[in-house]
Design a protein around this ligand. Structure first.
Ligand code: APR
Length: 248
């Protein structure tokens, strides 16, 4: 049954993306078939304890992901581009919160963007805490360009057990949004998986765009399943042209 739900022109929109939006650009997801965590134990490469125990292994994991992201074949896709169109054409605030550490949203043109899990293209020095853009490999021997210390340079990503970034800004945006859109995420990792609760508490319309139902799919008012490069451009066109979203 099709019931169009109106969205006020200019109403604030919050979008959450996960690895699924980058899948059709050639980057791996984590938990669905063939995903990263089905091949590698996250406890070995994505925790502070893993970095303390075996920094070479952690550097090797992130160096490989940096090299993959640098492959010219890895480009933003139609879903990334559709979110840029929405940011540019929607007559209200659009905040894009991504769990992804790739830079495909920026490369597509998104500007109002938060990387809540950090960025693969940045590193931080544990000695002087300086962060900086970094495209090449990193090792325990890499000296910090700032303080010169070696051994303390780490990927500037949020590991399991660490605090995600900009949570105050994200929660304030969720408290005031009228539309919350979750794209390409399994809804298994918190706090991102709880954003839909906060949006519902704010009275927002919630929509899940994902290849398959995620862990918290039942909480969403509208659920559409399929590839992001099909669903996201369709969703943006529907919202911009009708100012409403319909169940399918
Ligand atoms: N289009 C849309 N969705 C897709 C596509 C696609 N082409 N391909 C896969 N998906 C969906 C999958 O069905 C899955 O639900 O994307 C989701 C990816 O889920 P995960 O692999 O769990 O990735 P994500 O939700 O981003 O993980 C969250 O966990 O490991 C940590 O820090 C990591 O940011 C990551 C976080």
């Amino acid at each position: 049954m099709t019931r169009a739900k109106p969205i006020g022109t200019g109403d604030p929109v919050v979008i959450l993306t996960g690895a699924g939006i980058s899948k059709e650009s050639g980057l791996d997801t984590f938990r669905d078939a063939g995903g990263v965590w089905t091949r590698i134990r996250l406890e070995d490469v994505a925790t502070p304890e893993a970095f303390a125990r075996d920094p070479d292994r952690v550097h090797g994991f992130y160096n490989a992901r940096r090299r993959t992201l640098a492959d010219p074949a890895v480009q933003p896709n139609a879903a990334h581009a559709a979110l840029v169109r929405l940011e540019r054409e929607w007559p209200g605030p659009v905040l894009l919160v991504t769990q992804n550490v790739d830079d495909l949203h920026e490369r597509a043109g998104s500007r109002h963007l938060i990387h809540m899990h950090g960025e693969l293209g940045r590193v931080r020095c544990l000695s002087c805490d300086a962060g900086r853009a970094w495209a090449g490999d990193l090792s325990v021997d890499t000296p910090c360009p700032g303080c010169g210390e070696a051994g303390g340079m780490r990927p500037d990503v949020v590991w399991f057990g660490e605090m995600p970034r900009a949570m105050d800004e994200i929660e304030a945006a969720l408290a005031g949004c009228r539309l919350f859109v979750s794209i390409g995420t399994s809804g298994t990792v918190y706090p991102a998986a709880a954003f839909v609760h906060q949006a519902l508490d704010a009275g927002a319309l919630t929509i899940e765009l994902n290849l398959e139902p995620g862990q918290v799919s039942d909480l969403f008012g509208i659920r559409r399943h399929g590839p992001a490069t099909v669903l996201v451009p369709e969703f943006v066109e529907e919202l911009l042209s009708t100012r409403a979203l319909a169940d399918r």
